[in-house]
Design a protein around this ligand. Structure first.
Ligand code: AMP
Ligand code: GLY
Length: 425
């Protein structure tokens, strides 16, 4: 079968690498893809958000299955459009993708179905939001733009002034466009974050191994929020007991809540969790694989990813065995200096072979392009260097050793990915 994967980042590279192991797939087409992906899949230059273009590509190529990976096309209804054209997909329909696309929706869902999360209020009026924050007078306080904002629409205000600035930025200056028409003001939760991605067909939910992202640009969680600067899996803090609590109090109730709302979710449901003193609580939902969580989770999957994806579509997930390795994985993101603000592109990357790989690790390409067999930087997050090991320490040591050999001018990476958890295993 020919499969189309929509997207162009390190996450898509990881999905494609895993799908390549499936004996049921003859060819993978990726749109739009990137330099590194082009070494293992045929890349076609159709933008991930171009619904009509993607439908045409899928029909012209006669693909048998499509994996829609990024949030924007899911929120725009790409799965609906492709399935109406007769192409089965992995990924939620638009009415279910709203669980990520509207934070107001997801907060109301959790309240209605008693799913543990931070307390909150929703506002579509800046002066009312400001009055509420002043009266509540509790800092830090968390202010979130309702809509998609490339992971940047969340501001944690440590004073009244910062909170007023955040409301002005989102609701008045429209720093995140229409995403800030509504805001959620919520309680700040103290604890450790863990991400759990889960396969679901709407009837069964099968969590993957846990992982932990590092969202801030600099060491010690300083600097601006980014798409993610590095990940480890599994998180040693996510114990079997916590996993059971999450399954009973969060994962299954969320799947059932979406069914009751008439918005059955099929695909990968991402739970961003905070492990607090009072137990695990939801920070956010995403309607898709996380980036760069996928780069450490899928390498630990021992079962056939394509079989699982088809089962999510066919609603037969309960019949499929989903097995995980006992190893650990670590991924260190090499970014362009300046990211997430302005950065330069076009630097040649050293240390890669012609397939864009490096011995002993797996290199996931996020923002690269290939010209005359040379890979060049072409985005904010450029590469993810992923290594596996019997322990987290071993995986981290291997990934970090590779940063000395694979790199480019003005490169920036965090030196403390997984550091706090190294010994916690
Ligand atoms: P989100 O886009 O909702 O995941 O938020 C981005 C990041 O902001 C999260 O990964 C957390 O680190 C932080 N965050 C969001 N909401 C809260 C909260 N209620 N309490 C503490 N931290 C939060
Ligand atoms: N790494 C966080 C996300 O994918 O949203």
């Amino acid at each position: 079968m020919k499969v189309l994967v929509v997207g162009s980042g390190g996450r898509e590279h990881a999905v494609i690498m895993k799908l390549k192991e499936s004996k049921d797939i003859d060819e993978i087409v990726c749109a739009p893809g990137n330099g590194g992906i082009s070494a293992i899949a045929r890349c076609v230059n159709v933008k991930a958000t171009n619904i009509e273009g993607m439908k045409k590509l899928a029909l012209d190529e006669q693909v048998g299955f499509c994996v829609v990976t990024p949030d924007d096309p899911l929120a725009l209804g790409m799965v609906d459009a492709l399935e109406e054209a007769g192409i089965p997909c992995f990924g939620p329909r638009k009415d279910a993708a709203i669980i990520e696309a509207s934070k107001a929706f997801s907060k109301e869902l959790m309240k209605k179905y008693n799913i543990p999360t931070a307390s909150y209020e929703i506002f579509d009026d800046a002066s009312k939001a400001m009055a509420y924050i002043k009266e509540r007078n509790e800092y830090p306080t968390v202010i979130k733009a309702d809509g998609l904002a490339l992971g940047k629409g969340v501001l944690i205000a440590t004073s009244e002034q910062e909170a007023m600035d955040a409301i002005n930025q989102m609701m008045v200056d429209k720093a995140f466009g229409d995403s800030g028409n509504k805001v959620v003001v919520e309680e700040f939760m103290q604890g450790t974050e863990v991400s759990v991605l889960a396969f679901t067909d709407g009837k069964t939910i099968k969590p993957m191994v846990s992982s932990m992202d590092h969202k801030r640009a600099n060491d010690n969680d300083e600097g601006l929020n980014t798409g993610g600067m590095g990940t480890i899996a599994p998180s040693p803090l996510y114990t079997d007991d916590i996993a059971k609590t999450c399954m009973d109090a969060i994962f299954v109730p969320t799947m059932e809540a979406m069914n009751k709302e008439g918005r059955t979710f099929k695909g990968c449901l991402y739970f961003g969790l905070m492990l607090t003193e009072k137990g695990p609580r939801v920070v956010e939902y995403n309607c898709r694989f996380g980036d760069p969580e996928t780069q450490v989770v899928l390498p630990l999957l021992e079962s056939d990813l394509f079989t699982i994806m088809k089962a999510c579509h066919d609603e037969t997930l309960s019949d499929v065995d989903v097995k995980w390795s006992n190893e650990s994985a670590a991924c260190v993101i090499e970014a362009s200096g300046g990211y997430p603000l302005a950065y330069e592109k076009g630097f040649a990357i050293k240390g890669l072979d012609e397939n864009g790989q490096h011995e002993g690790i797996v290199v996931y390409h996020a923002g690269t392009k290939k010209e005359n067999n040379v890979y060049y930087t072409n985005g904010g997050r450029v590469l993810g260097l992923m290594a596996k090991g019997d322990t987290l320490e071993e995986a981290l040591d291997k990934a970090y050793a590779a940063t000395k050999e694979v790199g480019f001018e003005k490169m920036h990476y965090r030196t403390d990915i997984g550091k706090k958890l190294r010994k916690a295993q």
